[in-house]
Design a protein around this ligand. Sequence first.
Ligand SMILES: *Cc1c(COP(=O)(O)O)cnc(C)c1O
Length: 411
Amino acid sequence: MHSKSPVHAPMDQFATRDGELVVGGHKISALAARVGQTPFYAYDRSALRGRVAHLRSALPPQVKLHYAMKANPMPAVVQFMAGLVDGIDVASAGELKVALDAGADPAEISFAGPGKRDPELLQAVASGVLVNVESMRELPVLAAASQALGLPARVAVRVNPDFELKGSGMKMGGGPKQFGVDVEVVPEMLAWIAREGLGFEGFHLFAGSQNLRAESICEAQCKSYELALRLAQQAPAPVQFLNLGGGFGIPYFPGEQRLDLAPIAANLAALVERAAAELPQAHIVIELGRYFVGEAGVYITRIVDRKVSRGHTYLVTDGGLNHHLSASGNFGQVIRKNYPVAIANRADAVPRETVSVVGPLCTPLDLLADRMELPAAQVGDLVAVFQSGAYGASASPQAFLGHPSCLEVLV
Ligand SMILES: *Cc1c(COP(=O)(O)O)cnc(C)c1O
């Protein structure tokens, strides 16, 4: 408690009551009883709603907010988010189905991703969604689909820019990338689109993910805007959508703090003003996944054993890496660090012992908390892993080692 080592940001998006974590208005033990099993993920509606409202109040009203549903594709979550945001970004025909089922307006759905298969492109044209084109190969397929269906092919060009997003957890633009079309090739692509009469609507740029540095995000947005403005001069039609990407991060690890939105809001306000003069038909879009949903979710797993091995205490839970690969440190992290973890039914208790929380898999990779100070916990207690609303269940190898899969609830 008195150490100077970095600590996790406070997980104050959730209240506690009678010493228990409260999610969706339920004390965690009552919620576990209602769900009927552990492990499970719980996503809190009011936290999701609050997050969107917070972003809307901070950013200029002209900026359109899209939810990148790969962060959390649970149909109930997508449906809930579709009612709050301005559009949904999908990255497969499977996600497209979930977005359409959720009632999202096809006019406000965009479809990005490398390796779109021909039938997926046909489905996109048939659905009337915007396709973010990432390869020359997609163009004739879209033209043929448009002709066969008698429907326009709505396209935007996803540009692989000639810069990178500094401080980003995962870089998805700049240098050689499988994403988007190198900026050098974009003029040729625009000429093809014009010649074949595809419905050009704009540009998409996505520099990277999980960034907690507002200045880096502002810099990427400015560079993206400049690039799009330059490319727009060669476009066959006015830019209607200018998707500047996202990359807004959330604090996962000790020492990380929540993103400061104020500089980003000021930067976007300046870009909105420029766009009004320079690209008068363009809507500026930002697309966010984890920033919307990550902090609103917890993973709950129950302690099934408490073991001491040569003086080190292990709390062994009924789920781990198989449901929550990213909290185990195996989803793209270079150095493993602990997510914020609590004993959810002893939330008010003061940390009294240093333990490791491990899952039930027969691999040392199955680690949820490595030497963390936690309240003394017993078999039957519930462990909460915070910051778990994004890249959880759908991004984990549920079949690995044959344990039961987890449930997900929206409360
Ligand atoms: C994954 C992805 C996102 C969402 O990233 P987050 O870090 O969850 O915000 C947005 N846009 C594209 C193109 C993506 O691939």
